[in-house]
Design a protein around this ligand. Structure first.
Ligand SMILES: [Zn+2]
Length: 475
């Protein structure tokens, strides 16, 4: 018996440190004997509460980790990695090559936002006050990228002497993966699958999610438990009608969209309408430098795209190019849209209107009854997007005076990149009747409970909704 097996508990386990009973800050710690593997290291993004402390302080020593596996590039899954590295983590970060290219852009942008927030927080405080220190810097992001190890979909890799990793396509955003770990423990072998964020079948550009890998413990997302998304084809038709009505009355169409995923999906959809001669001859402005840079990553990773998506990117009209499609970089160009009188379509971040250039466009157009704001993302309470949807005659944007809400505000939720209730049931139903523990994460309590109830009806007997800090063993 060697030293390692003396310290190795027979049963590996996982502790849910973020994204448990909530949708941001995903972070799950797998312990198998002396090994520690972290699944995702996301930024907790809810405003207020103890978000700030949770992002700053890890509930474990980052130096004790052997490996990190990253499911995909969204900030609520990747955004605290530079802080992990800042606090001493020096091991490998396993992810797909596309995810590595995407976090290069997204973490740099996040470091810029951290610096801005720290500068704002330091106002009126004494020099050196911890509140004025950024969570991490561009230098920390550089160090993080140096630790990334690219893993192709399907390849089996030893990441510690007793843990093997395989990534399979999750179909959620470019490069997104489900994580499959095979752990040799004691005399046996245990398998753990983490879905990350699970995509939907039939979405443009990406491939359908792969089957969920077989396992003893399944950590599944449940964001849209109990909810149904409309099919994407139906969304395109609703988009077409809304745009035509707006342009006919001389207004602008404003579409707040996240830079990774939703922007490319919506611009792809608009360009498909254009190819079918169903879109008025007005320009489309994508006013988000980050979204522009992210879009350029797609052609570098055909291995993560659907064959149709790859083919469409080779044509003259797609989400990257076309006669009336303009990606805007400079602030001056962005400002010039404010004085533009002619109808147009503006797609800009952020998806909830909480940051980015979309706020300026909303401020300039929200009281114009000819305009339409099309919300294509989930809008959490108290965000600007949520306040726009509220049945109130006025809205306050960026701390200014109350403005009349005379523009039409419409929510089109069918563009979501997440599996809905039926998709989740379909993905998880092959586990019915098997001795699999299912832990539902990345969802608030009500959607999680609705999905858990339905999974039980479908023959999955051991389904739980872990709380933050809870440990579940792989028996
Ligand atoms: Zn995601």
């Amino acid at each position: 018996m060697n030293d390692e097996s003396v310290h190795r508990p027979a049963i590996p386990n996982v502790t849910f440190w973020g994204g448990a009973g909530e949708v941001t800050g995903t972070m799950h710690l797998v312990a198998a004997g002396p090994r520690r593997v972290l699944l995702d290291c996301g930024l907790h993004m809810e405003r207020g509460g103890d978000s700030r402390r949770r992002n700053r302080e890890f509930p474990f020593d980052p130096k004790t980790l052997d490996a990190v596996v990253l499911s995909h590039a969204h900030i609520d899954h990747s955004g605290n990695l530079p802080n992990l590295v800042r606090q001493g983590y020096r091991g490998p970060i396993y992810c797909t090559a596309a995810t590595r290219d995407l976090i290069d852009l997204m973490l740099m942008d996040s470091a810029r936002i951290q610096a801005e927030e720290a500068r704002f927080a330091s106002l009126g405080r004494p020099p050196g006050d911890p509140a004025g220190v950024a969570l991490y810097t561009a230098q920390d992001v550089h160090h993080t990228l140096e630790l990334c190890v690219s893993v192709p979909y399907g390849k089996v890799m030893d990441i510690t002497p007793d843990i093997q990793l395989q990534l399979v396509d999750a179909g959620h955003v470019l490069g997104s993966a489900m994580v499959s770990l095979t752990i040799t423990a004691g005399n046996g072998m245990k398998r753990l699958t983490f879905t990350g964020d699970l995509g939907r079948p039939g979405m443009p550009l990406l491939r359908d999610p792969a089957p969920v890998p077989a396992c003893d413990l399944l950590i599944s997302e449940c964001t849209y438990g109990g909810q149904r998304h409309e099919p994407i084809a139906k969304m395109a038709e609703r988009l077409r009608v809304l745009i035509k009505q707006t342009i006919d009355r001389g207004g602008k169409v404003l579409i707040p969209a996240f830079s990774l995923g939703r922007t490319q999906t919506i611009v792809h959809c608009l360009q498909q309408l254009r190819l079918a001669h169903q879109l008025p001859e007005v320009p489309i402005f994508v006013d988000s430098p980050l979204a522009g840079d992210i879009s350029l990553i797609f052609p570098k990773h055909p291995e993560c795209m659907s064959p149709d998506g790859v083919r469409q990117l080779q044509g003259p009209v797609n989400f990257l190019q076309g006669p009336l499609l303009h990606y805007i970089k400079s602030v001056d160009e962005s400002k010039s849209l404010n004085v533009r009188r002619e109808p147009c379509i503006i797609v800009a971040s952020s998806g909830m209107g909480e940051g980015g250039r979309i706020r300026h466009h909303l401020k300039h157009n929200i009281d114009d009854p000819r305009c339409t704001v099309i919300l294509i993302s989930y809008q959490p309470r108290e965000t600007l997007g949520w306040r726009l949807l509220e049945r109130r005659p006025t809205v306050r944007i960026m701390g200014s005076r109350e403005q009349n809400k005379w523009a039409d505000v419409v929510s089109l939720r069918g563009f979501s990149g997440h599996a809905d209730h039926a998709d989740l049931l379909h993905a998880l139903s092959p586990f019915a009747g098997q001795p699999v523990k299912v832990c539902l994460v990345h969802g608030e309590y009500e959607p999680a409970q609705k999905l858990a109830n339905d999974l039980a009806k479908h023959g999955l007997e051991d389904v739980s909704i872990p709380e933050r800090g809870q440990t579940v063993s792989l028996v």
